[in-house]
Design a protein around this ligand. Structure first.
Ligand SMILES: C[S@@+](CC[C@H](N)C(=O)[O-])C[C@H]1O[C@@H](n2cnc3c(N)ncnc32)[C@H](O)[C@@H]1O
Length: 248
């Protein structure tokens, strides 16, 4: 089976529990994320925003709440069902499209911002994806990519991962570790599986982006560890980065 098919199958399977993690976010956590986004993207303007790998639509919903016009793409139809429902519940009008972030069926130079959260690590060809995101961006458009080093080989983070895997097995009532079953055979084909900021910086540079800026999201991670549930506390112990770059 091709990596993309494995990835789509996994996220179809995970859509239910992943969505729960998003819809159960407290208003305070929601506001923390939204404030972070509005500090980057000027909410006085109504921008065209594309959220790739939207999952249940967290960033897409937030950008729409901030008054932007949002298109959101995901490989998984089940995730998109959740995202559509979440948008409906918040009375938000978002254009959801099933598709591949590495091969967007969208016209050139349509968007002011392309956002992605927790997607880069699972792409077989992140270089191709970044070229696609650049193609659909207008001149001076910006990429906002948020991602973490989820599978670092360090002993502390590995132990954290083992604990969170255990908790997820209990929550999902599935003790065969579906994540490992899906991802172990393909992880060697995912260049950013253990994502390092230098690597992403090189990919962004090679795609021709400028004003590349990568920083650790320390205060957001602190806030998620403080206010989130046990799984959030464990997930946000990993280094998470905010990566921005501009198309000139
Ligand atoms: C870890 S989830 C993140 C979801 C969402 N961005 C969030 O942070 O809540 C990864 C998402 O990326 C999607 N995905 C994986 N590969 C993709 C691809 N090539 N194109 C579009 N979506 C993809 C998955 O289906 C899944 O919904």
């Amino acid at each position: 089976m091709e990596a993309k098919e494995v990835i789509r199958n996994y996220w179809d399977y995970r859509s239910e529990t992943y969505n729960t993690g998003i819809v159960e976010q407290s208003e305070e956590e929601w506001a923390t994320w939204k404030n972070m986004l509005s500090s980057i993207v000027d909410s006085r303007e109504h921008l065209e925003i594309l959220d790739v790998g939207t999952g249940p639509g967290q960033l897409a919903l937030m950008f729409a709440e901030l008054g932007h016009h949002v298109t959101a793409v995901d490989l998984s139809t089940r995730m998109l069902e959740k995202a559509r429902k979440n948008a409906l519940m918040r009375s938000l009008d978002i254009n959801f499209i099933q598709g591949d972030a590495e091969d967007l069926q969208l016209p050139d130079m349509q968007f002011d911002v392309v956002s992605s959260k927790f997607l880069l690590w699972t792409l077989p060809d992140p270089q191709k994806a970044l070229s696609e995101w650049k193609r659909v961006l207008k001149k001076d458009g910006m990429i906002i990519a948020i991602d973490g080093d989820w599978f670092s080989s360090g002993i502390f983070l590995k132990s954290i991962r083992t604990i969170s895997d255990g908790i997820r097995s209990i929550k999902e009532r599935n003790f065969h570790n579906p994540f490992n079953q899906h991802y172990n055979p393909i992880k060697k084909d995912l260049p950013l599986y253990s994502l390092k900021p230098d690597q992403v910086s090189r990919f962004l540079n090679d795609a021709g982006f400028e004003n590349i800026n990568i920083e650790r999201m320390n205060s957001l991670c602190r806030s998620a560890r403080k206010k989130g549930n046990l799984l959030d506390k464990l997930d946000y112990a990993h280094p998470i980065y905010l990566m921005k770059a501009v198309k000139k």
